[in-house]
Design a protein around this ligand. Structure first.
Ligand code: 5GP
Ligand code: ZN
Length: 125
């Protein structure tokens, strides 16, 4: 369901109406720590403008978003928060998007950390 910029959680974080732990801020993006991290160092990269999904983000801005995410990911490796990382984007509710303001998850990974993504539960409808 579409959410207005006024009521959108991430727009409120961008406007600093709601507090967040900011990792990096640029002209077009903000990176914050996820409030419920899969692993310590789990960061969300959020465009400052409100877009619902990846498909709404203009191509040029999408390129910049990837560049911004790459910076965060390389800093995560430098800081030894992980020895690898996942970049994940949930688009629309069936894919697990809860906050309807497009964002990228960057999740630090370590050997044998027990995380497994995309496990299909057989027989579940
Ligand atoms: P989604 O499922 O939409 O891709 O992920 C939304 C993410 O936003 C979740 O991982 C959730 O923990 C995070 N989140 C939800 N509310 C807040 C908040 O108020 N502050 C921060 N920093 N993260 C949030
Ligand atoms: Zn928004």
């Amino acid at each position: 369901m579409a959410v207005s910029e006024k009521d959108c959680l991430f727009c409120k974080i961008v406007r600093k109406e709601i507090k967040a732990d900011i990792v990096k801020e640029g002209n077009s993006f903000i990176a914050i720590k996820d409030i419920n991290p899969v692993e310590p160092g789990h960061v969300l990269v959020i465009p400052k403008q409100h877009y619902t999904t990846l498909l709404d983000i203009p191509d040029r801005l999408g390129e910049e978003m990837l560049k911004f995410a790459k910076q965060i990911a390389s800093e995560l490796l430098e800081k030894k928060l992980g020895d690898g990382f996942n970049i994940i984007m949930n688009n629309l509710e069936p894919a697990g998007q809860l906050v309807m303001h497009a964002h990228i998850h960057i999740i630090p990974r370590k050997e044998k950390d027990g995380i497994r993504f995309f496990v299909k539960v057989l027989g579940k409808k």
